[in-house]
Ligand binder design. Structure first.
Ligand SMILES: Nc1ncnc2c1ncn2[C@@H]1O[C@H](COP(=O)(O)OP(=O)(O)OP(=O)(O)O)[C@@H](O)[C@H]1O
Length: 268
């Protein structure tokens, strides 16, 4: 029997930026996305889509605990994320950000091994089983060749792969990725999405990622969260295409969305 409320559930969530509250000023919070009611299921990949400035990163950062929710509740397998002790939250959810990560002279394998630290602190040594997990994960991500190379000497795309390995080595229930394909070439973007789907399904992980790759997300995402005009609508690709939302949000004066081929094309 599974948990009563598996996966990630957002109820009446508002995300944005708190204004400084310094007497005598009473600032007004900046709401970026309001009234979010959505869920992401274990074993699936949910892609967060929206035009520039819609609020994808703001939402992801709020789910990561890097900034407070302005309102509402987010639960993971029924447990309020904000109520979890920091250590438990760090163990159960992993994040992959595009920001630069400074890890000194560590090798790819050593960076991946950092994923075990939320489980037993920085001082302990990894068990043989954990070493095997690190090796298996690097292999699964086709990153064995990067294992002994210095992280600081890798390309952006190679670092991204190692940071994903670190997140998976953590064996999280929830994996949050902000634009994971930002540094990847077109083939690697498709590979990454397929790999994330396979790993999510194998391990029952709830994966939520933000992306500008609308066509790829429509083809491969299990579910979509579409942000526009401070509202979030969720559904499958079929649903959001059929109700016209994809075209409404992303069409421009020169491009239109063709529902048949699920691609954006130049207007005649
Ligand atoms: N620190 C901040 N304080 C106030 N507003 C902010 C702050 N950071 C971002 N914003 C605003 O929040 C809104 C959403 O930004 P966000 O970066 O979440 O969008 P995004 O969908 O990730 O955009 P992009 O696709 O361009 O990366 C924007 O209007 C942005 O100007």
């Amino acid at each position: 029997m599974g948990t009563p409320d598996p996966g990630l559930r957002l109820t009446d969530v508002v995300v944005g930026y708190r204004s400084p509250r310094r007497w005598p000023l009473r600032g007004v919070d900046t709401v970026v996305v309001a009234d979010i009611n959505a869920r992401a299921e274990p074993g699936t990949v949910t892609a967060v889509l929206g035009p520039n400035g819609a609020g994808k990163s703001t939402l992801l950062r709020s789910l990561m605990g890097l900034q407070p929710l302005l309102a509402g509740s987010v639960t993971l397998a029924g447990d309020e994320l904000d109520g979890l002790p920091a250590r438990e939250r760090a163990r159960r959810s992993a994040v992959v950000l595009t920001d630069r990560v400074e890890v000194g002279l560590l090798t790819g394998r050593e960076v991946a091994e950092l994923g075990r630290h939320p489980h037993h602190g920085f001082s302990s040594r990894l068990s043989p089983a954990e070493h095997r997990l690190v090796d298996d994960t690097l292999q699964r991500l086709h990153a064995e060749a990067l294992a002994d190379r210095r992280f600081s000497e890798m390309s952006d795309g190679q670092r991204q792969r190692i940071l994903l390995a670190r997140a998976l080595v953590q064996q999280p229930e929830l994996l949050l990725l902000d634009e994971p394909s930002a540094f990847l070439d077109v083939g690697a973007r498709v590979d990454l999405m397929a790999l994330l789907q396979a790993i999510a399904a194998d391990r029952g992980i709830t994966v939520v990622l933000s992306t500008h790759e609308v066509e790829l997300a429509l083809r491969m995402g299990d579910a979509l969260w579409l942000i526009d005009g401070s509202r979030l609508s969720s559904g499958t690709a079929d649903e959001l295409i059929a109700n016209g939302e994809i075209g409404r949000v992303f069409e421009t004066a020169v491009t239109h969305f063709d529902p048949g081929s699920r691609t954006f094309q130049l207007r005649p």
